[in-house]
Design a protein around this ligand. Structure first.
Ligand SMILES: C[S@@+](CC[C@H](N)C(=O)[O-])C[C@H]1O[C@@H](n2cnc3c(N)ncnc32)[C@H](O)[C@@H]1O
Length: 195
């Protein structure tokens, strides 16, 4: 789902960049993410701030996927080495071959994706056998609070509790390796592909 103009603007702000770098990416690293030499897919890459951090750490390849062409244009204009950006939805990774990626990263976009359940199946197909999915995302409770205050208008069908999110991942071929959450609002997971 396209994000609202207000949310789009908020995503370009300094606080969001700080949070991606100092909290979310740092947590992924703590959970075992290796970027150097790896093939990385980021879903919902937005304007490419996380891409710029990742590309600086020497991946073999970085691919950013997003549904908003205006965000992708900002990302492409960063001129990052080893990085490519493609338009598409996180719940349809059919453009990628099987076992293409070592790691798939989500920085807070799956609460926009109505097909978040199918997303796990897509990830399972395109991850290498020892690949992992790293998620930092917002619970239904968190989004309800945000929408009550900021009126960003998220679609209810895309929202999930952190418990149902994890259970769905486990049902669809992923083992939980690490997890943490901030007051049940933002959840962090590393899910490893089970073959
Ligand atoms: C809240 S922003 C987060 C952007 C960036 N990851 C960040 O943390 O700043 C949500 C992003 O998800 C993208 N998005 C929404 N639905 C999507 C979908 N189905 N597939 C891929 N990207 C999607 C939006 O275009 C937007 O760039």
């Amino acid at each position: 789902m396209k994000i609202s103009v207000k949310e789009f603007d908020a995503m370009q702000m300094g606080w969001r960049k700080w949070y991606i770098e100092k909290v979310e990416l740092k947590t992924f690293r703590k959970f075992g993410l290796v970027i150097e030499g790896a093939d990385i897919l980021e879903v919902g890459c937005g304007s490419g701030y996380a891409a710029s951090l990742i590309a600086a750490q020497g991946p073999h390849s970085y691919t950013g996927l997003d549904i908003m062409p205006e965000q992708l244009e900002i990302a492409r204009n960063r001129g990052l080495k080893q990085a490519s950006f493609v338009e598409g939805s996180a719940d349809d990774l059919s453009r990628f071959p099987e076992k293409r990626f070592d790691a798939i990263l989500d920085f807070c976009i799956l609460h926009h994706v109505e097909g978040w359940r199918a997303f796990f199946d897509e990830c399972h197909r395109v991850l290498k056998d020892d690949g992992s999915l790293y998620v930092a995302d917002l619970s239904k409770r968190c989004i309800h609070i945000v929408d009550a205050i900021l009126h960003w208008g998220h679609a209810e069908e895309a929202l999930f509790t952190l418990k149902e999110f994890e259970e769905e991942a486990n049902r669809r071929g992923f083992r939980t390796v690490r997890k943490a959450n901030d007051l049940g609002l933002e959840g962090y997971f590393r899910f490893q592909k089970v073959n």
